[in-house]
Design a protein around this ligand. Structure first.
Ligand SMILES: Cc1ncc(COP(=O)(O)O)c(C=O)c1O
Length: 396
């Protein structure tokens, strides 16, 4: 027998980054999640948050959380299935289903868990699930947890998707799964073609709209709405941890599918429900989104503005089919260079996320910048000025 822990002692890229003083992870926030934050004692412009609408600092959202804490206590102690259903969960599910124009919503404890719970419940032993290669890790893990067969197609390559559909045997069911807005690249899935192929081959379609809700589509309704394909996407998945400023996740689908998942999804049945304060915060954030569609418009305007400012400064972005998407990846190519640049930006007062393999292709590492509706042009200009200086030093 070998020592199970042997792998823990082998030096890896994290050790290398620590030794070089460019380790990018676990920087602690010492303030609210806002457009500027205090991190490790210093002001940083936040260009790396998924708090797209800036609602984590919204007074109504915070008040709703505090009031729910006082009214319902600090936790639920059990699953939605048994003793963990609050009136608040039902309200949130009803209002979100109406907003998304689907029959029903089922909430899960996190977005990650939603993907585990939806895919493992729907994709059975003889079924197939076909995934875009750049799908989020939680979708991959959902496939691993299911008993079905997973096939992957090259990122947004519709010919490859069709080839994979042709491999599905006659008697098998099939779910095509894609991010709506890709979490790292910020590009938008080709839903018109995915839905067309699904119809042609008899497959069902699931869209992970973690980065689509509150970001694109009519009033922030997400990717299916963006394309006018709400009736052709069978299952939406989303999360409350990004635009809706809380924690938790959901599935929106037809009543029969929702009911099936509620009775067959182990990550739903055997895990405690969203705590009261988070549930109330998500519900209030949803209401803010409904009442203030201008937040979505401002977010998109900010995305266009940052893209334009980066272009003017000849900073190389990864091409995208979604100019209005507030996720803008900047090429930094090699891993060590990427971490070095991220650290220099951090020291100069800009926080961005580094995207390294396996999240990025080798030699195509990126800095993932992301915007909020509450960023001002002045703040974006300040950040671009800092980025320009740092990237020039690295001949980028
Ligand atoms: C595309 C996508 N799906 C699912 C998740 C998981 O959501 P959560 O962090 O709310 O668990 C994320 C989070 O990063 C994501 O980007």
């Amino acid at each position: 027998m070998i020592d199970l822990f042997e792998k823990c002692y082998k030096p890896g890229i994290a050790d290398d980054a620590k030794a070089r003083g460019i380790y990018p992870y676990f920087h602690a926030l010492e303030s609210k999640q806002d457009v500027t934050v205090i991190m490790e004692g210093k002001r940083r412009i936040m260009l790396g948050s998924n708090n797209y609408l800036g609602l984590t600092t919204n007074e109504n959202v915070i008040r709703a959380g505090v009031e729910a804490y006082e009214a319902f206590g600090s936790g639920c102690s059990g699953s939605r299935f048994l003793n963990g259903t609050l009136k608040l969960h039902l309200e949130l599910e009803k209002e979100l289903a109406a907003f998304l124009r689907k029959d029903e919503v089922v909430t899960f404890s996190t977005g990650f868990q939603s993907n585990l719970g939806i895919i493992s419940a729907l994709v059975g032993l003889r079924d197939y699930v076909i995934m875009d290669r750049e799908n989020h890790a939680s979708l991959y893990d959902g496939c691993r947890l299911s008993y079905g067969t997973m096939l992957r197609y090259r990122h947004s390559d519709m010919q490859d998707l069709e080839k994979k559909l042709q491999k599905v045997p006659e008697g098998a069911g099939c779910l095509i799964v894609t991010d709506g807005v890709f979490s790292m690249g910020g590009d938008i899935a080709n839903l018109p073609e995915i839905c067309r192929l699904a119809k042609q081959y008899g497959a069902r379609v699931m869209v992970d709209d973690a980065h689509g809700l509150g970001v694109i589509g009519e009033g922030g309704r997400g990717t299916a709405s963006y394309y006018g394909l709400e009736d052709q996407v069978d299952v939406y998945m989303g999360t409350f941890s990004k635009s809706l400023a809380s924690l938790g996740g959901y599935m929106a689908a037809s009543s029969r599918v929702a009911d099936y998942v509620r009775h067959n999804s182990r990550p739903f049945i055997f895990s405690a429900s969203i705590p009261p304060a988070n549930c109330a915060a998500a519900l209030t954030a949803l209401r803010e989104l409904e009442q203030h569609p201008e937040l979505v418009a401002k977010l998109q305007e900010n995305a266009l503005y940052l893209r334009r400012r980066l272009e003017e400064n000849e900073i190389k972005m990864r091409p995208s089919n979604g100019d209005i998407v507030p996720i803008i990846p900047i090429y930094t190519y090699e891993p060590i260079e990427t971490l070095t640049i991220a650290k220099e930006l951090y020291d100069a007062g800009v926080y961005v996320n580094s995207s390294l393999p396996p999240a990025a292709a080798p030699h195509e590492c990126l800095l993932r910048t992301s915007l909020m509706a509450t960023h001002t042009h002045a703040l974006i200009d300040e950040a671009v000025g800092i980025m320009k200086d740092v990237l020039r030093r690295h001949d980028l």
